[in-house]
Structures are given as C-alpha cells and as structure tokens.
Design a binder for this molecule. Structure first.
Ligand SMILES: C[S@@+](CC[C@H](N)C(=O)[O-])C[C@H]1O[C@@H](n2cnc3c(N)ncnc32)[C@H](O)[C@@H]1O
Length: 274
C-alpha cells in the first residue's frame, strides 16, 4: 500500500466510523454530499447511506442505467450509488461496489442489509487493481474517487479492461483547470480532501483516450475551489476495440472467483467483504 493509499484510507475510515456511530460525516454545502441527490433519491435509501454521502456529484443521474445491467462503483464508500444503481438495474442486474477501506465496507454492508438489497456485492480492493474479470461490467460509475487514486493511469486501464465492448462510464469527479500546476492544485486543498490529486481536464481526457475509450466528454457541474470543478465524465468502450491487459499487479485469477462468488452470494477468494 502506498503512502497515498494509507493517508486516504485513514481519512475515510474516520468518516465511516463517525456514521457508524450515528454522526453525519459530511458537509452538505451543495458542493459535496447528499444535497446533490434529489429528495426522491434520498427517500429510497437508509438514513446512514445518505449521511455517508461524500461525493461531488450524482453519477446515477448521468449513467442512464437499464434493467439487467451490471454496474461497478469505484470507491463505493457508504454505498449510496450502489444502492441507487441496484434499484435501477433490478433483480436481473447486479451492482458491485469496490472500496479499500474496511470501515466503509462495513457501513455499506449495513446499509445494503437495511435497504433489503439482494442484487449488490461489496468488494474489498484498490481501484488500481480491480478484482473483477475482463469485459464483465456494462457501466462503471464513480463519485469523487479517481482524484484520490495513487496511480490514475492504472485506474483508467482497469476501467477499460473490466468494461464489456459497448460498455460505458458515468463518473463524477473533481477536475482542475489545465493551467493549474500540481503545486497550485495542492494550495487549494488536501489530497484526501479530493483537491490536490485532481487531474486537469486534458489529463483526464487523454488518460481515458490512451486506454481506447471513445466519445469522451467532460462537463462542468459546479465549482468547488478556484479553478477546480465537479465534473461529469462520460465515455464508451468501442465495440471491436483491442483487448486491454490488466494493470500490473491486478489479481486476474482472484477476480474470476469474485464474480462467481457474486453469482452465488457466497464469499469469494478473499476479494469480497462481509
Ligand atoms: C470521497 S469518498 C466517496 C465515497 C462514495 N463514492 C460517495 O459518493 O459517497 C472516497 C471513497 O473512495 C475510497 N477510496 C479512495 N481511494 C481508493 C482506492 N485507491 N481504491 C479503492 N477505494 C478508494 C475511500 O475509502 C472512500 O470510501
């Protein structure tokens, strides 16, 4: 585990423990958190899932999910977007959440049980080495997590690998103006606070295009700091594109077990939690 992983993990473990103890972890200031969801969406969920919302957008509103689809949420936190996805894809679909923080996974499991969700699975792991097989996912979503990753090219490579041809992404994330240097981004906020690790618009676009994703669009939703924005990122994996090998270190063998475990609801090769 890198220093970045450990700093970020400790930050979000604290946030999860707060919610598990009945406190709200997050500023609902219109820039981050549950205020970015409609009242109808919030009413679908257990209170703790809403209270643990730490995102900078609402990927469900942009991913246009359909019945029967398999959705993967990168950095699923307390599970808000997994639970909303699960309802949209229905019993014939499946919603996976991937997170590296045990306390967040415990909170998400509790929220899923409270919501009575049966078509969800929370996996423990890093988004740089996704524990799922190639071409197993229809839609990758994520809410304010790519900026936290220690190795962003690996994240993009893994997204392209797990998407089926014709699959798509609907991600919300923090993105910086192209003109801002790494030092200027760090002046505006911390890494664990989702600012210092933000990619620029052109870095995000070229990262997705470098792994073969097409139709890349980045649309500003709202500002979160000077020259830093919450942005909706969409892209598709072309049908007939070249196969994407796993990022180095990706546990491809364990990954297959994880999905087989998901189908039978049993635990799976150490990859899933709970
Ligand atoms: C800002 S919170 C967002 C949580 C959730 N998406 C939401 O909208 O509430 C970031 C989450 O991503 C997880 N995370 C951060 N970096 C990660 C990584 N490299 N791999 C896996 N999970 C990560 C953290 O543990 C935390 O739960």
């Amino acid at each position: 585990m890198t220093d970045i992983h450990e700093t970020v993990r400790l930050h979000y473990a604290q946030a999860a423990l707060g919610v598990l103890n009945g406190e709200s972890c997050c500023a609902d200031d219109g820039q981050y958190g549950s205020e970015l969801y409609s009242a109808l969406e919030r009413d679908e969920l257990p209170d703790a899932a809403v209270m643990a919302s730490l995102g900078c957008g609402n990927p469900i509103a942009v991913a246009e999910l359909h019945e029967g689809e398999r959705v993967l949420d990168l950095g699923s936190g307390g599970g808000i977007d997994v639970l909303l996805s699960a309802r949209r894809v229905g019993p014939s679909g499946r919603a996976f959440g991937l997170d590296m923080t045990d306390e967040m996974l415990a909170l998400a499991q509790r929220n899923a049980a409270e919501a009575g969700a049966t078509n969800v699975e929370f996996l423990k792991g890093n988004i740089e080495t996704i524990p799922l097989p190639a071409a197993s996912i229809d839609v990758v979503i994520s809410n304010c997590v790519v900026n936290l990753a220690a190795d962003k090219p690996a994240v993009f490579r893994e997204i392209a690998r797990v998407l089926r041809p014709g699959g798509r992404i609907g991600i919300t994330d923090v993105v910086a103006d192209d003109a801002l240097t790494a030092a200027q981004r760090a002046e505006r906020g911390s890494y664990a606070g989702c600012i210092a690790g933000a990619l620029s618009f052109s870095e995000f676009r070229s990262g997705l295009e470098a792994v073969g994703l097409a139709d890349v669009s980045l649309t500003i939703s709202h500002g979160v700091a000077d020259g830093i924005y919450s942005v909706i990122v969409k892209a598709t994996k072309p049908v007939g594109g070249a196969a994407v090998p796993p990022a180095s270190g990706a546990p491809e063998g364990a990954a297959v077990d994880a999905v087989e475990g998901a189908a039978t609801s049993s635990c799976c090769g150490g990859a899933c939690c709970g």
